[in-house]
Design a protein around this ligand. Sequence first.
Ligand SMILES: Cc1cc2nc3c(=O)[nH]c(=O)nc-3n(C[C@H](O)[C@H](O)[C@H](O)COP(=O)(O)OP(=O)(O)OC[C@H]3O[C@@H](n4cnc5c(N)ncnc54)[C@H](O)[C@@H]3O)c2cc1C
Length: 552
Amino acid sequence: MSTFPQPFISTCSHWQATNKGPSSLYLINKDTPLPKEADIVIVGGGMMGCALAYFLTRPGGEGEGKKVVLLEAKDIASGATGRNGGHVGPATYKSFHGLQAPLPTGAGVSRDEAARIIQAERDNLEIISEIIEKEGIAETVDFWRGHLCETHSVKDKLQKRKEMYEDWLSARRDLGLKGNGDTSFIADADEAIKVSRHQGIASCHLRPAGSVHSHKLCTALATLALASTTSDFSIHSWTPISSFSQTPSSSSFLSEKFKPKTWTIKTSKGEIVAGRLVLATNAHTKNFFPESEAIQSHIRPRLAQCALITPPPSYSGAQSLKHTYNMTGGYYLVQSRLSGGIILGGGWDDLVRDGRAKDEERETVNDSQVGEEWTKLLADYCKTNFVNWGEEGYGEGLTRVWTGILTSVKDYLPLVGEVPSSPGLFVSAGFEGHGMSRIFSCARALSQTLQTGSWDDSLLPRSFEITAERLERVQEAERKAEREGLEEVMISAVGEDGEERIRVYAKKKLDGSVGVVGGAEKGEKGETMGRASKSMLGKKEEEKGGWGCLIC
Ligand SMILES: Cc1cc2nc3c(=O)[nH]c(=O)nc-3n(C[C@H](O)[C@H](O)[C@H](O)COP(=O)(O)OP(=O)(O)OC[C@H]3O[C@@H](n4cnc5c(N)ncnc54)[C@H](O)[C@@H]3O)c2cc1C
């Protein structure tokens, strides 16, 4: 069942609010009749759908000489893409270890594959940079490239971090990847505070990253696709699809190659028949599959909130921040190079820990409201945490707040490729809160797969591919956890250092003893004892000791 049309009016993000002029694509072809047929139909006009459209419509691309139609339920970039933090922050050593943690708490991939996944994120940064440079749109899309500053609050974790970092570097060397990924630690607290301007931190880690006006970039890619001289590409906004089915084709339009695999897609504007159908519907992907199919529950929607903070003079002009940030407690920010506005996200972990929010509230596709407590946290963050932030005048400080729907994915990896047992149906979705570091590699690779009919390992890690075996492996890990008496707890669990954010599997222990995760006894696996969110504790259990969990 489709989640569109939506019965509510979504919040408006900073990116949306600053790209509503005549050159944006609001309402494009809203009331124009749909073509009856297309070679390829893409559903979803977020960054994934628009980046794919861009690659398909380049000369020599799979869309050359073909009709490609993009259907979007609302406006271009109206989903997670136009509401995100604008942060392109490839992961490094920390994720390298998280990815190797066994299912169902980690992704369960090998050491080599984890290093490849991290490298694909770095490649993604290069792909965005190349496109932006080639198309001459750096200024238009407010693109900046530099370093992300990851701040650490606990000194005694530094040694452990360095060991993890060295382990990641050695995996890179084993794979023949050159260099250290241009990353480094600042271990001296005073120096870390000086470099980051973030007070009270113990150390920090710097690595390559970028920031971008996500709504403008998505719009620019769609506009470039529309201008293609080699493909017949069109966008229909406000055209939600409700369902699709595979039907024998009598089409004279489609090439012989795709005729037996035709998809009939039902939309609010009638039906369209496509040779191939690509779902770039991220948080909404589950709506197209029955519960009996593993893919249905693999990607789940998850609410997130961001704020625009207008800095006082102390953080404006030449005093602007020199980095993007991933901060303790899951906060992150970028400062726009053009406007100087700071886009700040995160904070959920603090809310849950303090009992001010319940994690189950996040499994929604409703982005029409903001959380009052969440807003307070974001409003206070910069003044509390940045050195000499100073007083905020009227119009400075918290300026705009919005929510958006990202995804939670069972094995933390995007689902890309042809859906098993459904020839001609493709998906590219499930980017968690990290799509800006993955979508461009995925779009380039999927466009190639659509052209060649095969997967190219040099373009995208094999573990991103949707296979029946991958989906089954995840389900079996869940069943095993259940047999061991473990329950999935969708919480933002925090470690002792307040840094880890992960889905955990926990065992309820009413005697106050520690539970187990993934079958491991306390301390045997995972590095940090965490505590589960208060929201998962009934009062009675809390009094008796509640839940224990170990964060892998
Ligand atoms: C608040 C927030 C902050 C974030 N911050 C960052 C960040 O700083 N860095 C980062 O890397 N990532 C971040 N993310 C995640 C990132 O935004 C996403 O991973 C990325 O935008 C996903 O792009 P997408 O195109 O797959 O999905 P979306 O942008 O959600 O696009 C999917 C589109 O599909 C359309 N659709 C769905 N169903 C239908 C249907 N039935 N018919 C027609 N159309 C349909 C939707 O309307 C939507 O436009 C953040 C996300 C949020 C919400």
